[in-house]
Design a protein around this ligand. Structure first.
Ligand code: ATP
Ligand code: MG
Length: 216
């Protein structure tokens, strides 16, 4: 907004038409950026979906389906390794985290790369957790950028990135008592691991199965 006000001031006080065009183009870029920032922030704040057991593999499929055009357009291979796992979470917020991670992976991938999504149940101390991994064989991240990834507005995508997606993802994961980690190697790719407190519900069918077997 500050940049926009400055640009408007310059446009008003510049007689040279070429300069004015340049300022106008920059103002347009800044406006698009402000609109993206607003969208991200609002979608974060607006979410009030209740905490409930969320089937993560269904959600992964829904997000991959959402991005299917981009995936096909770039000839990206998707490798899934999904076991039944549920998080005790706000469905819309989990979806937003997943969306943001898959979007980043797709941005980083060039044609014919691989996107890998893996879902497992695990435990953190005595707590059951669902561990979700999103990995890409894309550009990777420079070591000096790694510790800045979760800062608001940190982006390497100039005017097309807001630098809010990972920050929002971290706020959401932290609010759920989960964790998020990134590993990356330039030219090799990036792995993001998110753990969500789990309901442990995926064990229920097994318990029931054992119970039914005993009854029989
Ligand atoms: N999978 C990835 N591969 C390579 N770089 C990544 C990946 N994920 C994140 N990054 C780096 O982290 C930065 C911050 O990511 P983040 O998603 O927060 O913002 P963005 O993608 O730049 O913009 P937007 O907020 O519009 O998503 C990116 O600009 C990029 O440099
Ligand atoms: Mg992003």
């Amino acid at each position: 907004m500050a940049a926009l006000s400055n640009l408007l001031y310059l446009i008003r006080n510049t007689a040279d038409p070429t300069e004015r065009q340049r300022y106008l183009a920059t103002a347009e870029e800044q406006l698009n950026r402000a609109s993206e920032v607003t969208k991200q922030t609002l979608s974060f704040v607006r979410r009030e979906s209740p905490m409930e057991p969320v089937n993560l593999s269904d959600l992964v499929e829904a997000v991959l389906a959402f991005y299917s055009n981009r995936i096909q357009g770039k000839h990206i291979t998707v490798e899934r390794s999904l076991t039944a796992a549920s998080a005790f979470a706000s469905r819309d917020q989990v979806r937003q985290v997943l969306n943001n991670l898959v979007a980043n992976a797709l941005d980083a991938l060039s044609t014919s790369g691989t996107l890998h999504v893996r879902l497992r149940t695990s435990s953190f101390g005595s707590r059951p957790v669902a561990r979700l991994l999103v990995a890409d064989s894309g550009s990777g991240i420079e070591p000096e950028y790694l510790r800045r990834l979760f800062e608001p507005f940190f982006t390497t995508k100039d005017t097309v990135g807001t630098g809010l997606a990972l920050w929002v993802a971290k706020q959401i994961v932290d609010a759920h008592g989960g964790c998020i980690h990134v590993r990356s190697r330039v030219g090799k790719g990036t792995v993001v691991v998110v753990c969500w407190p789990s309901t442990g519900e995926e064990r229920v069918p097994q318990v029931l199965a054992a119970h039914s077997a005993q009854q029989a």
